[in-house]
Design a protein. Structure first.
Length: 274
């Protein structure tokens, strides 16, 4: 389709290639790497929990929420929870995917005017420089690091205290969600209203889901029902302190790396453009 369009209207070819071609590659690379990191993060949180759970194959997070997290891992859990989680799985699959997809659709690393003025900015896409084996490995390692932070900050929060499975799961789920959101904020290059709205909405949706779930669930529905567990947790200072520490420590290596990279290489890139 792009080829037909370009042949029919050659005067649009320059913009099609230098602007939309650049944006397309950049957004796809960003979205793929983010989903890679996010899925790695989810799996290793469960792995770290299994180390302290005697490899029992149980889940620390709410079973429905576990099914809802990234779609790639929901298939193996679907048969365990069956119809009870179908509607929730569809809901969270959309919400889990929509946030990075919106960023991938509207984010811009460079404006259209810059891309047209400096055609050399197209070269990273032509060389495949934004989706490489090294970036693949870095995002996997970052996902493992953040998973370790999410789990062990929660684990250390309850050292010397009794903690129910539902409470532990709420801490871990919230820490993972906030770390994922903070990670994505570092990847956004062009903040627009849709991106701001989608971030605020899904953070609100996370807490609303757990609060309503804790209020609505009845002891007769499931074993050891988490009645008011999220509300009780959010009423403590320990919860909010743990979430702040989790979020900051989880994204600190990526934040420091980005600051260092931008400081060292921005001036060099500007000289090349000139």
């Amino acid at each position: 389709m792009a080829c037909d369009f370009a042949i029919a209207r050659f005067r649009f070819l320059r913009r099609l290639l230098l602007v939309h071609g650049h944006w397309c590659y950049d957004r796809l690379a960003l979205t793929f790497l983010y989903f890679l990191y996010k899925n790695t993060n989810n799996v290793f949180v469960l792995l770290f929990f299994q180390i302290y759970d005697g490899w029992s194959a149980s889940f620390t997070t709410d079973p429905v929420y576990t099914v809802l997290y990234p779609i790639i891992f929901s298939r193996c859990l679907f048969f365990q929870f069956r119809m009870a989680s179908i509607h929730s799985a569809v809901l969270y699959t959309c919400s889990s995917s929509l946030q990075p997809i919106v960023v991938g659709v509207v984010d811009q690393d460079r404006s259209a005017a810059e891309l047209l003025q400096y055609p050399s900015l197209y070269s990273p896409g032509r060389k495949g420089a934004k989706y490489t084996y090294s970036l693949f490995a870095i995002n996997v390692l970052d996902g493992i690091w953040q998973a370790a932070v999410v789990y062990f900050v929660t684990h250390l929060t309850f050292v010397g205290y009794e903690c129910g499975m539902w409470t532990l799961g709420f801490y871990i789920s919230t820490g993972m969600m906030l770390a994922n959101a903070a990670h994505l904020t570092l990847e956004v290059r062009c903040w627009t209203l849709p991106i701001v709205v989608i971030f605020i909405f899904f953070i609100f949706l996370h807490f609303a889901y757990f609060v309503l779930y804790g209020i609505a669930v009845q002891p007769g529905w499931i074993y050891d029902a988490p009645v008011d567990v999220p509300l009780d947790a959010m009423m403590t200072a320990d919860f909010w302190l743990a979430m702040v520490i989790t979020t900051v420590v989880a994204v600190l290596p990526r934040f420091a790396t980005k600051c260092l990279w931008n400081t060292l290489f921005t001036e060099e890139t500007a000289k090349k453009l000139k």
